[in-house]
Ligand binder design. Structure first.
Ligand SMILES: *[C@@H]1O[C@H](CO)[C@@H](O)[C@H](O)[C@H]1NC(C)=O
Ligand SMILES: *[C@@H]1O[C@H](CO)[C@@H](O)[C@H](O)[C@H]1NC(C)=O
Ligand SMILES: [Zn+2]
Length: 279
């Protein structure tokens, strides 16, 4: 019995163990449904995420460009998991490392997941989709340890705006990260329990296009007992005197538009694949 218990804890510590304990308000039934208390730091923390990113209030900074190692490699065995709260991709074939952009350490890609409606708002505008690309500081052996440190995790946030232009690109979103210019950065938290305040947030100010049909695909996926998850964004948190820096990347690559089409292919593929991975 003892061994069984341990293996269950290990397998589900990031996903299912929470599935019955926390969730999002049902905005379909009541647009003004109050956001539930998730407990712990989620309720008591002072450096929580997401926040509204207002260009007006931000400090200005200039950092060198973010550098992505091996992000252009084709990932053959991506695993798509419906974790009950989102759709997540992990298990990359290669160790993908990000550095630069004012970061003091190298960060390794852990997983990518999505929120529909965006969690961050930009100048109080909420977008239909936000992708979170979660990285762990290479100094720390795993996410559990990393969540204990202020510089433990870097999450890149990419927001999407609605567009009518369908896109059949097949390359992945991560391939075009280098092309995005301008970002907000601030110290914050995970936006799901435990809400650990271990995250350096980097949210790109430039948004990418997605069609409504593509977003709708996520809303149709079943999460539990035939229920669909129509929204999985956390409510906005107080800034509490934190500095939000609007960064201009010191980068003079040309042809920034070249990679722009790639992301939609990933979204589309995610949407289709996710339906096959319903738990
Ligand atoms: C994380 O690393 C620590 C230290 O090496 C280890 O004790 C712990 O079991 C690891 N946790 C997970 C979930 O792998
Ligand atoms: C920008 O371009 C100049 C001249 O072409 C070059 O010397 C410099 O290294 C470039 N900077 C970056 C960050 O690529
Ligand atoms: Zn997230």
């Amino acid at each position: 019995m003892h061994f069984v218990t341990i293996s269950i804890l290990v397998c589900c510590s990031l996903g299912l163990s929470w599935a019955n304990e926390w969730g999002y308000p049902d905005l379909d039934n009541n647009k003004d449904a109050p956001f539930p208390d998730w407990g712990g730091l989620c309720d008591s923390g002072k450096r929580q995420s997401p926040i509204n990113l207002a260009a007006k209030w931000s400090l200005r900074g200039k950092f060198d460009a973010l550098k992505f190692q091996k992000y252009r490699y084709v990932q053959k065995n991506l695993e798509m998991v419906n974790n009950g709260h989102s759709i997540q991709i992990d298990d990359f074939d290669d160790v993908l490392v990000m550095e630069g952009g004012g970061l003091a350490h190298e960060y390794e890609l852990e997983q990518i997941h999505l929120h529909w409606w965006s969690e961050h708002t930009i100048n109080s505008v909420r977008y239909p989709l936000e992708v979170h690309i979660v990285h762990r500081n290479k100094l720390y052996p795993n996410m559990t340890i990393a969540t204990n440190f202020k510089d433990g995790i870097v999450v890149l946030g990419v927001l999407f705006h609605v567009s009518n232009t369908p896109n059949d690109g097949i390359a992945s979103l991560i391939q075009e990260l280098e092309e995005l210019e301008g970002l907000h950065t601030y110290a914050g938290s995970l936006t799901t329990p435990s809400c650990a305040e271990a995250v350096i947030w980097i949210v790109f100010t430039e948004t990418l296009p997605v069609t409504l049909e593509q977003v709708e695909q996520f809303k149709e996926i079943e999460y539990s007992n035939g229920k669909q998850l129509h929204n999985n964004f956390r409510n906005l948190q107080s800034i509490n005197n934190r500095a939000v820096v609007l960064v201009e990347l010191d980068d003079n690559r040309s042809g920034a538009a070249a990679g722009r089409t790639a992301s939609l292919g990933l979204i589309l593929i995610l949407g289709l694949a996710a339906q096959k991975f319903v738990l």
